[in-house]
Design a binder for this molecule. Structure first.
Ligand code: PBG
Length: 323
């Protein structure tokens, strides 16, 4: 059967019919809001390359988390920026580190907010790389202990889930092992499994002061040209015990999101990263695009591609617009 018996437009005429047949919806339950906390900061500062996003002090971060939770967003992912950086990135795991202090305060004040810790060293190392450096090279296996310690310290401080974003081989297994050894076998791991070496992280590195001081991240993050390799990365992380696998960035890698979902049928997260946020903000500020419509279309496309959840700086605005 074809036209004139079939008319695709019949189901598009009426708004309520369109609502009935809509295949993809973005719920607040699907969204995770990334937030930055900075040690030694007196008052929050707006991030110049990410209008509407802030670097928070601990008390202001707690207030912001409360506001976000009340708006209907149930999960946040936290990034810490320490006052002092060193070669090992020790600020990432010390007991009274900025992220540990912030997590403890948030857990105490808003116990129901799902607290996810980003596990990485780049915000904490003087060289800005995501692991241990020797003679200008990133040493994979020496980094694993440091990352595992970081994950454990976050969970001890109150994290409900940890999300390693460093891209070292074997880190999911190391983190699973240390958590299990310390009676945290119930804590899930969301691994940044297919994380690409991307120019879309530019604004984040301003916000987190985490740019590499030499070289770049292409010896550990993935080549944007590779798709089969993403399947191998995800397969290995799942074998090491990852509960949720992430594809990052989101928009330029929707094909990867779809492939990962169809291949593994496990919970998939996509990170709508800083550069994706800033591009929309800049165009909207110029009046070139309709921000609300662009954001809804963006988030919808990421879910339609197969993501179960989205990490996005738009989470809080989206919640406000939905009200
Ligand atoms: C840390 C990390 C990065 C992001 C999340 N975790 C930066 C990077 O790998 O350089 C990027 C997030 C964003 O751009 O929004 N390794």
């Amino acid at each position: 059967m074809t036209f004139p018996i079939i008319r695709m437009r019949r189901l598009r005429e009426n708004a309520h019919v369109r609502d009935l047949v809509r295949e993809t919806k973005v719920d607040l339950d699907d969204l995770i809001m990334p937030l930055f906390v900075v040690e030694g900061l007196k008052r929050k500062e707006e991030i110049p390359s990410m209008p509407g996003q802030f670097r928070f002090s601990v008390p202001e971060l707690v207030d912001e988390c409360k506001r976000i939770y009340d708006s209907g967003i149930k999960a946040v992912i936290l990034f810490g920026i320490p006052e002092h950086k060193d070669k090992k990135g020790s600020g990432a795991w010390i007991e009274n580190g900025i992220i540990q202090k912030a997590m403890a305060q948030i857990k105490k004040t808003i116990p129901d907010l799902l607290l996810i810790g980003d596990v990485c060293l780049c915000e904490y190392t003087s060289h800005g790389h995501c692991g241990w450096i020797e003679n200008g090279r990133l040493i994979n296996d020496a980094s694993l202990d440091l990352l595992a310690k970081t994950a454990l310290s976050q969970v001890e401080a109150g994290a409900d889930m940890v999300a390693p974003s460093d891209m070292m081989d074997g880190r999911v297994g190391s983190i699973r092992q240390i958590l299990d050894k310390n009676s945290y076998s119930h804590i899930p791991i969301m691994s940044y499994a297919a994380k690409y070496s991307s120019a879309f992280y530019g604004p984040f590195r301003d916000a987190a002061e985490s740019s590499p001081q030499f070289g770049d991240r292409s010896s550990y993050q993935m080549d944007p040209a590779n798709a089969d390799e993403a399947v191998r990365e995800v397969e290995l992380d799942l074998a090491e015990g990852a509960d949720i696998v992430m594809v990052k960035p989101a928009l330029p890698y929707l094909d990867i999101v779809r492939t990962v979902k169809e291949t593994f049928r496990v919970p998939v997260a996509a990170y709508n990263v800083s550069g994706e946020y800033s591009l929309i903000k800049a165009a909207a500020a110029n009046g070139w695009v309709d921000e609300k419509r662009i954001v809804l279309e963006t988030l919808t496309s990421i879910k339609r591609a197969g993501a179960d959840m989205i990490l996005t700086y738009f989470a809080s605005d989206y919640a406000a617009w939905k009200k």
